[in-house]
Design a protein around this ligand. Structure first.
Ligand code: CDP
Length: 788
């Protein structure tokens, strides 16, 4: 654990301060989009398609318009008049706002009903009669590529198939050569299933267009308010809504996890209606709409191979991906990275070569591909490498922990260049795994397992030693729709020494109001409790790219430290002036400057700030404010060593997670309690896809589990006791040595669980099971192998 340099009263880095924001949250006083009520506000509800692929023959709005309170029904044809029926996706594809002739997935928006109450809007929705001509959909991504498959996007000029893009990383020829000569090659086909972020709060907005002043205030559930403002300006600039006339406010958000990054049609329709009728329009999805229509995550089919020597040295990996994107590529990846950071899939291991390729396809499913609590596809990458590492260990007959220890990148080899070109900043993988093994009593568990196996009992131990890649990103490589992925902080200290700091990021429950204040407290010595933190209002906050993919600490957290350091430099000048000494004669300790060798001659930061307004040196700018836009020199590479122990019931396939130890390394820790909370939540969101969650479609494209009755989100009942700990390997390039942490547990947990279950079943020759690993899947696999 990094040592605290500040007192508890100041509350800088390393203090487990209670979360400031929880005072309002635990009293039910959070302020969410649905809490906003404006005079004359209208409500919007959305008619959705029951078919996955169908022609729209007719939309009859007559009965709907007779419902008391309904004032309009908007269709694609209405939006077409303003050229608003299509919009760009974040991956430069195009997406329908409302369809004019064809629906492409079940639950797609078909029309919007506007009414004076939400109940009238819902009644109106039920009364809209849509006549469809269903067509045979394309659901299987492999079939989507077959010759003769219907071409799903004829709207795209020249498109004659359903292929979206091809991507490659690594050295193909060298990898093939290593594979052809290797003693051992292992191969598995795996599917990382389509899942949903299922945040507590669904998506929604209140679009408030003021005709008199030609000004739009858009309250919305977005993780990236500034980027959204720019997108609205680019789309609506031609009707006079230029960027200074748009204010995006993202109030409290009840969980984002990547699902609140994309622009959904509902937002655009609400803006268009408010613009046309000059009244505020509220749209809030219900739970099923959120689950069925909003952006999905994952859905990668991976052919994974690993080559190595018979004594257990990994030599190369090869991964071939088929990515199912639904009917449009609406991923939320940086522009240059269509598969996000999948090429981190060489993991924590030191070997020379790798090759990865991916093909993306259209199907009749909802669009998306968001980074669900993961840094742009790193979850898929980690699952592939960690499963294959266990698979390889099994093949060579080596203990998977020992195999990892033998193949890890060594701590003295950092910064380390991966075969796919990433420069890992720092890490100590041996330390992390040894700590986890010690915590779980690994060798004793293996002895217990051997005893149990003799009795035919199934016990499994699974390891995942992952490397994450967070903090997108350095502007030379990272942008979204051309906007570089820096982030920002502005600190304004008032004359009495209390401050407000504003950021381009947006917390969705991560505790930024507390931790950003702690970073500034660390640098300036102003108590964290005296620093208000504000995010999510584009009229007040400096421009930034928002919060997702664990980027806030690596980018805006760094910006906070850099802005505070600018202020400390100014404070030194003022202190020198007040104490009548040269700047070089001063020393800093958190909260004050004092004269070297004469500590009684000092000025506190509060005295210095006051002087900046009342008695500053002539010629110096008055006041105490600084802004910093931080363009990170590299990403940060957090890591973790997770060990999961399971007991499996042979007769029923029931799985019990007996223990789960998670040792994380996110560099220097700002707030240990918040980090622990992030890890607990993330682990629960890791067990979810490993054992419970998957969006399932039938051949006709019907979603079979579109409600929480069937889509199994784990609760405290399903969650094991999480045993957490950490190692600290500071990032050498980050101003406060911190790395991100929010995503790590969601990324690292699924393969630890899958590896444990497969380990339990391995005596029967089972080498792989796709997640979610349900009791039925286990029972079926055992049955097929003749174990029961
Ligand atoms: O971008 P996001 O806020 O989701 O992820 P993050 O940067 O990993 O931060 C999640 C929370 O953990 C924030 O409140 C951070 O300030 C905190 N954190 C920390 O206390 N120490 C770290 N080294 C990393 C994050």
């Amino acid at each position: 654990m990094n040592k605290c340099k500040t007192s508890r009263e100041i509350g800088g880095m390393g203090h487990s301060l209670k979360r400031k924001e929880d005072i309002r949250f635990i009293q039910g006083k959070g302020h969410y989009v649905d809490d906003i009520k404006l005079p004359g506000m209208l409500y919007m509800d959305i008619v959705r398609s029951p078919y996955a692929y169908a022609k729209i023959k007719n939309i009859n709005i007559e009965a709907a318009m007779k419902v008391p309170g309904v004032i309009a029904v908007v269709t694609g044809r209405d939006l077409e008049k303003y050229n608003l029926h299509w919009m760009p996706t974040l991956m430069s594809d195009t997406q329908m706002v409302l369809p004019t002739d064809t629906v492409m997935y079940q639950a797609q928006e078909v029309a919007a009903v506007i009414a004076t109450s939400k109940y009238a809007a819902r009644d109106g929705r039920e009364a809209v009669k849509v006549e469809y001509e269903p067509m045979k959909p394309v659901i299987d991504p492999y079939k989507s590529l077959e010759p003769g498959a219907p071409v799903l996007r004829p709207d795209k000029p020249g498109k004659t198939d359903n292929h979206i893009w091809h991507w490659e990383a690594g050295d193909k020829a060298k990898t093939e050569e290593v594979f052809s000569k290797a003693d051992i090659v292992v191969k598995e086909q795996m599917h990382i299933p389509r899942i949903h972020v299922a945040s507590i709060e669904t998506c929604g907005c209140v679009a408030d267009y003021d005709k008199i002043n030609n000004h739009l205030t858009m309250y919305m559930t977005t993780q990236a308010p500034h980027a959204i403002r720019t997108v609205i300006a680019l789309v609506a600039g031609h009707v006079g809504l230029t960027e200074e006339k748009i204010r995006v406010i993202s109030p409290d958000i009840g969980g984002g996890f990547g699902g609140k990054v994309p622009v959904y049609p509902g937002y655009v329709i609400a803006i268009a209606v408010s613009f046309l009728v000059g009244k505020p329009v509220k749209w809030i999805e219900d739970r099923s709409e959120n689950l069925q229509a909003d952006s999905f995550a994952r859905d990668y089919h991976i052919t994974a191979e690993m080559a190595g020597t018979k004594d257990g040295k990994i030599l190369a990996t090869r991964f071939k991906i088929l990515a199912d994107h639904g009917y449009t590529d609406a991923s939320a990846n940086p522009s240059k990275f269509p598969t996000g950071m999948f090429s981190i899939a060489t993991g924590s291991y030191d070997y020379g070569t790798a090759f990865m390729e991916a093909d993306a396809v259209y199907t009749n499913k909802p669009p998306g591909g968001v980074a669900y609590r993961c840094s742009f596809r790193v979850t898929e990458a980690v699952h592939a490498i960690e499963r294959m590492t266990d698979r390889f260990a099994m093949e060579v007959g080596k203990d998977p922990a020992q195999l990892r220890l033998d193949n890890f990148i060594k701590k003295e080899d950092f910064p380390w260049k991966s075969p796919t070109g990433w420069i890992y900043d720092s890490g100590d993988y041996h330390k992390g795994l040894l700590k986890a093994m010690d915590a779980v009593n690994y060798h004793q568990l293996r002895a217990e397992q051997a005893e149990k196996r003799k009795k035919g009992e199934l016990m499994g131990i699974g390891i995942s030693t992952f490397t994450e890649i967070v903090g997108a990103g350095p502007s030379k490589d990272f942008d979204i729709l051309g906007i570089k992925m820096f982030d920002s902080a502005e600190i304004r200290v008032h004359p009495t020494g209390k401050a407000i700091a504003r950021f381009g990021t947006k917390s969705q429950g991560q505790g930024h109001e507390t931790t950003y204040a702690q970073i500034i407290a660390e640098e300036l010595g102003i108590p964290a409790e005296n620093i208000a933190v504000e995010e999510g209002d584009t009229d007040t906050a400096p421009y930034g790219l928002g919060t997702y993919a664990s980027r806030s600490t690596p980018t805006a957290g760094a910006a906070a430290a850099m802005a505070a350091r600018k202020l400390r430099d100014k404070a030194r000048k003022i202190a020198a002036y007040l104490l009548e000494v040269s700047e070089d004669d001063l020393e800093w300790e958190p909260g004050k400057f004092f004269v070297k060798g004469a500590p009684e001659k000092s000025k506190t930061i509060q005295e210095i700030v006051f002087a900046s307004y009342t008695n500053h040196p002539q010629g110096m700018e008055a006041g105490f404010e600084a802004t910093h836009y931080y363009d990170p020199p590299n990403l940060t590479f957090p890591s973790g060593a997770y060990i999961c122990v399971v007991d499996v019931d042979k007769e029923t396939g029931a799985i019990k997670v007996r223990r789960f130890v998670a040792i994380d390394d996110c560099g220097n820790i700002i707030n240990p309690m918040i980090v622990q909370g992030q890890v607990h939540g993330g682990l629960t969101q890791g067990i979810a896809p490993a054992m419970y969650e998957e969006l399932i479609y039938d051949e006709a494209g019907n979603i079979l589990n579109g409600t929480f009755m069937d889509y199994l989100v784990p609760t405290a009942v399903e969650s094991p006791k999480w045993e957490t700990g950490h190692t600290v390997t500071p990032s050498p390039h980050h101003p406060i040595g911190a790395k991100g942490v929010g995503e790590s547990p969601t990324v690292g947990a699924p393969p630890a669980i899958a590896n444990a279950i497969v380990d339990a079943l391995s005596p029967y020759g089972i080498t792989h099971l796709d997640i979610p690993i349900t009791p039925f899947k286990v029972w079926k696999a055992l049955k097929e192998k003749g174990a029961i």
